[in-house]
Design a protein around this ligand. Sequence first.
Ligand SMILES: CC(C)[C@H](C(=O)O)[C@@H](O)C(=O)O
Ligand code: SF4
Length: 429
Amino acid sequence: MGKTIAEKIFDAHLVDKPYEGVYVLSLDMVFCHEITTPVAIMDLVNRGLDRVFDPTKIKAVIDHVTPAKDSKTATQHKILREWARRHNIKDFFDVGRNGVCHALFPEQGFVRPGYTIIMGDSHTCTHGAFGAFAAGVGTTDLEVGILKGVCAFKYPKTIKFVLKGKLPEGVYAKDVILYIISQISVNGATDHVMEFTGPIVDAMSMESRMTLSNMAIEAGGTSGICYPDMTTVEYLWKFIQNDYPSKEAALKDFQKWVSDPDAHYEKVLEYDLSDLEPMVTYGYKPDLVKPVREMEGTPIDQVYIGSCTNGRLEDLRIAAQILKGKKIAPTVRGILSPATPEIYFQAMEEGILKIFYEAGFSITNPTCGACLGMSNGVLAEGEVCAATTNRNFYGRMGKGGTVHLMSPATAAASAIAGKITNSPLYRGK
Ligand SMILES: CC(C)[C@H](C(=O)O)[C@@H](O)C(=O)O
Ligand code: SF4
């Protein structure tokens, strides 16, 4: 019988099978940020185990609250910074060079097809967009990963999502993943790998695939995996051009990491998305999703464009197309957090930041910030935010605040209208 991509990655990284169904895998990358890694570092230090398995396979960034907003966050930064220095972790992205981990690390070329990656962050599933097995882990697994470069996983069960048809204009990866989560629920993929395939995924950019994979965890998925193809090769080419004689050769190699046609799946779910509409969440769980059309007119106080879900250049370009020459409603605060410095500078070069600024947006440095209600745009009690992020839990962006998740196009259009509305780029059925 054939194998799924996740099974192939597991087989290729197997170090030990201590119990039935449990695989200890070697890790290609351990990613770190300043919220969860300092806890692991301090524990390792206290246990006399202050070592790292391989400093070239550890990448670290300060991204959640940056620059530090108080003594507590400054201390978290300090612990991570000093650890990176003492272990010679060269790829440490400090204040001024930092961006949101799940946007920054792929942009730096640290994610490759067939890789195993862990991080103490639930949206690590994002990196599956490259055909990698990437999973968020807790402190203990992170410590073992840092020390020994291995991690134990259950053998992966996979649900295959076949996305057929062609997305209508003005409908994006974010609408697709919100729709999928609404269909399968927040537990629909618990303990499963979500494999995204079909013509809709084939047609997506790497940025859109990252948006898709990013929200796998919101359906309980361990990882959200897309097959590597020429789009993956093109994205990575500047990092791999010395390793392969041609793009075709790279593609041939990457396609080791594609599922076999006769692989076993727990479930295969097919969706024809040719008529999909822009989607938005209501309530406080990411599976509570409706077409924007049914939520038109919902009042908002703030619009947030950013995060590891939708803070990439593609997202900023789409929003800028809608905001160009317009002003956001006077009752709304607009906040843009480009996800990385590279995105920030490219957006500046292209005149995108000027468009946002002239429309009335406040532009922050690259950071998670408002996404998890820690800085740079926290909501007040009772306020409502239209956001391109991935979580709409009650109080997520500030105590007593409500979040509606949507695409950057819907967020930009809603900023202008001062209430939830469909974007002019979507022309209906
Ligand atoms: C801070 C971190 C542990 C957390 C996560 O794991 O997801 C954060 O990134 C989030 O999105 O809430
Ligand atoms: S942008 Fe938001 S969801 Fe993504 S890692 Fe940061 S806090 Fe978590």
